[in-house]
Design a protein around this ligand. Structure first.
Ligand SMILES: [Zn+2]
Ligand SMILES: [Zn+2]
Length: 137
């Protein structure tokens, strides 16, 4: 175990990775304060999520803003997502709401051999992000 902070693993090849393992890693990063997320209610029942910090796989910085239209069921597109909550709003025992969002790594292009032009190392994961504002009820 080395705890030397090495930010950015440029030798990592691009690879489509099952999300379950990265979701668990993402949870660790959230606890460590290396990955952040927040959700907010926008007009017309749209939910906007913002996830930023370190990719659980390649540790590159990511900054992902996503808009979630109401009624668009997010399907489990990636096998291996079992045990990870589906995307969407869910309540916590303490009464707060969280939004589970699927995030694909979006680190800058050229970070990984074989990466597509849009960038990313290929990892995708889910994180639960808290709502910053609670609108109506
Ligand atoms: Zn990555
Ligand atoms: Zn990367």
């Amino acid at each position: 175990m080395s705890d030397t902070p090495s930010i950015g693993s440029f030798a990592l090849p691009h690879a489509e990775s099952p999300e379950a393992s990265w979701s668990h890693k993402a949870l660790d990063l959230v606890k460590e304060g290396l990955l952040h997320g927040q959700a907010r209610h926008a007009p017309h029942r749209v939910v906007v999520t913002h996830v930023w910090g370190h990719c659980p796989r390649c540790k590159h910085r990511i900054d992902v803003l996503q808009t979630h239209q109401p009624g668009t069921a997010v399907r489990d597109a990636v096998e291996g997502g079992r045990g990870v909550p589906r995307s969407g709003v869910s309540g916590r025992p303490d009464g707060t709401e969280v939004f589970t969002v699927a995030v694909a790594c979006s680190c800058p292009p050229n970070g990984h051999p074989g990466a597509p032009p849009k960038g990313g190392c290929g990892a995708s994961f889910r994180v639960q992000v808290p709502f910053m504002n609670q609108e109506g009820s």
